[in-house]
Design a protein around this ligand. Structure first.
Ligand code: KG4
Ligand code: ZN
Length: 331
């Protein structure tokens, strides 16, 4: 293992994230969000997000260096999210990272946003075991992946959503229930004290292979709300239970099917309290080790991008040229 100190920049959506990681350890970080500016639109407006990154990035860089107690001369590499994400938003971070890499004469790494989500867990729990299944649940993705060595081995896709991502389902259902954006944390809170068995919402594609589907569930919530008045806490808890039930069952099934002993759950929805609780119980029952980063490392941040940069640097990976493109629709 080499010794590397890496700056990570994340601007794929509405969070401006900067993190500094050295040898698998988080040294310092800063985060700014344009979330409040998108709330009245019920979702992220790319142009607003990009303008906010432009304003927040330098203050976040300053804050992250202050938090880490190091200077730019202490860095060994710059890593930045190159995709997937919103094009205009990605653009701001990638342009900034290129400028910094050129000015400081440092290697540049373009990082896949989802690799960042997975690597976030290594900052809390150390290197991943050789093989594991990752359940990635965010606003844009719901996938199960079979992972080996993050810096070297190919990632094998096991299951994907056929329609809405899990976080998207939380956001859309929150809107139906009159709760604010982002919907995940709002439903997480509203569900506390609610009865998760009050309403038997559909479990999309349960028992039908590794893929996910959440659009039928969203429609079922909309129909129920039109038809009858039920306590908000019960609707929120029952919806959340349907999502959590399917996610955890399919993730545990994927581990069993591939003879893997460790499940890693990452992405914004991994911050969900009920998901963490049910996953812990089901993994324990199945004899699986469960790894979930702390909530602040589940949602988008710069540290997770620095963590991948650190893995790439120590693995001796080839840096990106300063012509590095953005890949908004990277698979
Ligand atoms: O990973 P992330 O920060 O950004 C993307 O890459 O998409 O995930 C954001 C998603 C949003 O849909 C948000 O509603 C959801 O994660 N989320 C949650 C919670 N916190 C964030 N969903 C359920 N429960 C939460 N506590
Ligand atoms: Zn994300």
């Amino acid at each position: 293992m080499g010794v590397a100190t890496v700056l990570g920049i994340e601007t794929s959506c509405d969070e401006t994230g900067v993190g500094i990681v050295a040898d698998g350890r988080l040294l310092g970080a800063a985060l700014a969000s344009s979330m409040d500016e998108h709330a009245r639109f019920g979702g992220v407006v790319p142009e607003i997000a990009a303008r906010a990154h432009l304003e927040s990035l330098v203050p976040c860089l300053d804050a992250a260096f202050a938090d880490a107690g190091i200077a730019p001369r202490d860095l060994d590499a710059v890593a930045v999210t190159s995709g997937p994400g919103l094009a205009t938003a990605l653009h701001t971070g990638v342009a900034a990272a290129k400028a910094l890499a050129a000015a400081w004469n440092l290697p540049l790494y373009g990082v896949h946003h989802l690799a960042g989500h997975v690597a976030a867990d290594t900052l809390e729990h150390g290197p991943l075991p050789g093989r594991c299944v990752a359940l990635i649940v965010s606003g844009g993705h719901t996938s199960t992946l079979l992972l080996g060595d993050l810096a070297r081995d190919p990632i094998v896709h096991l299951g994907d959503t056929r329609d809405d991502a899990a976080g998207e389902a939380f956001d859309k259902v929150a809107r139906i229930l009159g709760l604010p954006y982002p919907g995940g944390p709002a439903i997480d809170r509203a569900a506390r004290g609610g009865d998760p068995d009050a309403i038997a919402f559909p479990r999309g594609l349960l028992g039908a292979g590794p893929d996910f589907s959440f659009s039928g569930l969203k429609t079922a919530v909309a129909r129920l709300v039109e038809r009858e008045r039920r306590p908000l806490a019960d609707v929120a808890a029952s919806f959340q239970e349907a999502v959590v039930d399917v996610l955890t069952r399919k993730a545990v099934d994927a581990c069993r099917a591939h003879g893997v002993r460790t499940l890693v759950i990452v992405g914004g929805v991994a911050a969900n309290a009920r998901l963490r609780e049910v996953a812990a119980a089901r993994c324990a029952a199945a004899g699986l080790a469960l790894r979930v980063p702390p909530p602040a490392l589940c949602t988008d941040n710069g540290a997770m991008i620095a963590a991948v940069g650190d893995l790439l640097t120590t693995a001796g990976a080839e840096p990106a040229p300063l012509t590095l493109p953005i890949t908004p629709t990277a698979p």
